[in-house]
Ligand binder design. Structure first.
Ligand code: NDP
Length: 450
């Protein structure tokens, strides 16, 4: 125990020194190595080969300028990145994020998490992530198109179906992926599955759009079943109102839960009657077509709207954070626990601050960390790659069944790698980190010093 603490402190000091000014990346690594250092000390082959030091250093990072012209004829300049983190078990795979807060630190945290997450899916995918400090909000379709096309003029030389396969993330949905893929196809003069999340008419997979949200709910269902419980009748709180949030609400409702909140970066709504399928159809139109604010939901359906507030003070059985990183701070975690939350299942990446994670683990609630709970998105992206390679399209039912299988397998892996607990409680953080790590680490060991 003392050896592990000393080793952890030493490791994190080194990491902070090598990656100054990167708080998100340091946080993501800390959360993982808190679990892995004791494991690595017990499994000396990883320790002696310095696998953790090697795994926390990206294979490479491409940083480039993206110039584009806005509707007024002004020349605008943004910065874009592609972090190719680790391709030990397959081509780099991970989304692109367009948001003004995107930094190298954020993309390194996301890329690092992606390595372990992709390993957990059981599919042959390495980990990467990319994005730009570009804000699609308030831009016209033509401006977004010009930005995407300009970005791809540089990115296309670094990606490929067997090299690196980007997809969507915050600010990058169906519209952006289409512009990116259209330009890629033109520059490369090849029609191959180099991006996922594509439209159904040009190589996309059924259920990809729904996959992260559906998968997150399937993971919660697996955790509950393992304890002899179900989603039936559970009150659920969801944050965000983008892709992941919308399909989390859809599946949670279908499986008998009652979802009472949604949010965006400006505030949250609380609808105690529940967000039923008709109301959700209205939200989809609001967010996917009109690109409006969640505040309008409160006006439309006559419920409460809290400006600038997240939904964590609403009493619930299950919380699904589906917006962004660090949206559950220590005080939010304490409030959720005080109000009796039984399950926290993460649709977003690293939505819970490390102090909140410790609180959930101390109280032994069912806590599904992002890299396990939201792996359904990249899982179905992997299935999209398979369909593209086969030049086939699987039915909705087939993809959904495979998604359910992927989430069930991830759950089983977490249970089998979680240290034994006398009362049967599963530490999904340990389970996900160790299980994701072992596959990548074994590949790195097999390759020798690379
Ligand atoms: P979207 O862009 O579709 O939606 C993001 C939602 O989160 C919006 O409601 C947005 O509000 C809100 N949000 C974004 N940033 C902030 C912020 N700083 N504070 C408060 N709210 C914020 O993104 P996705 O739904 O695709 O992604 C959501 C999360 O899920 C991210 O963490 C992403 O990494 C993760 N994820 C996504 C996957 C996918 O397949 N799309 C796969 C796995 C993980 P607003 O509109 O006001 O900005």
């Amino acid at each position: 125990m003392a050896e592990a603490k000393q080793e952890l402190d030493h490791f994190m000091q080194g990491l902070a020194k090598r990656n100054p000014g990167e708080p998100e990346f340091q946080q993501a690594v800390q959360e993982v190595v808190e679990t892995l250092i004791p494991y690595v000390l017990d499994h000396r082959k990883y320790h002696d080969a310095h696998i953790l030091e090697r795994m926390t250093e990206p294979d490479r990072i491409v940083i480039f300028r993206v110039c584009w012209e806005d509707n007024e004829g002004n020349i605008r300049t943004n910065r874009a990145w592609r972090v190719q983190f680790n391709n030990s078990i397959g081509p780099y795979k991970g989304g692109m994020r367009f948001h003004p807060n995107v930094t190298l630190s954020v993309l390194k945290f996301l890329g690092f998490e992606q390595v372990l997450k992709n390993s957990l899916t059981g599919l042959p995918m390495g980990g990467g992530k990319g994005g730009a400090n570009f804000n699609p909000k308030g831009k016209s379709d033509n401006e977004v198109m010009r930005f995407c096309h300009s970005l791809m003029i540089e990115l296309y030389r670094h990606i490929g179906e067997d090299t690196d396969v980007p997809a969507g993330d915050i600010g990058v949905g169906a519209r952006e992926v289409s512009y990116l893929f259209g330009q890629y196809k033109r520059l490369a003069n090849r029609f191959v599955g180099t991006l996922t999340g594509k439209g159904l008419a040009f190589g996309g997979s059924l259920v990809r759009m729904e996959a992260t949200g559906y998968g997150c709910v399937y993971f919660a269902q697996n955790m509950l079943h393992h304890r002899g419980d179900s989603l039936q009748g559970k009150t659920c709180v969801v944050s965000g109102s983008g892709n992941v949030a919308i399909y989390t609400v859809e599946k949670a409702t279908e499986l008998g839960g009652k979802v009472v909140t949604l949010s965006d970066s400006q505030g949250s709504i609380y609808d105690p009657k529940g967000i039923d399928p008709d109301k959700l159809a209205w939200v989809k139109e609001l967010k996917e077509v009109r690109r409006g604010r969640i505040k309008e939901y409160a006006e439309q359906f006559g419920c409460e709207y809290q400006e600038g507030k997240r939904p964590w003070s609403v009493p619930c059985d299950i919380a699904f954070p589906c917006a962004t990183q660090n949206e559950i701070e220590a005080s939010d975690a304490a409030e959720l626990l005080k109000n009796g939350v039984q399950v926290v299942c993460e649709g977003a990446n690293m939505p819970t601050h490390i102090d909140g994670v410790h609180q959930f683990l101390d109280k032994k609630i069912l806590y599904g960390p992002a890299k396990a709970a939201n792996a359904g998105g990249v899982g179905v992206s992997g299935l999209e790659q398979s369909q593209n390679a086969l030049r086939l399209s699987w039915s909705r039912q087939e993809v959904d069944q495979r998604l359910q299988g992927i989430m069930r397998d991830i759950h089983e892996k977490c249970v089998s790698y979680s240290p034994e607990s006398k009362d049967g409680w599963v530490n999904y953080v340990d389970g996900a980190n160790i299980s994701g790590f072992v596959k990548v680490a074994d590949a790195m060991l097999a390759y020798g010093v690379v």
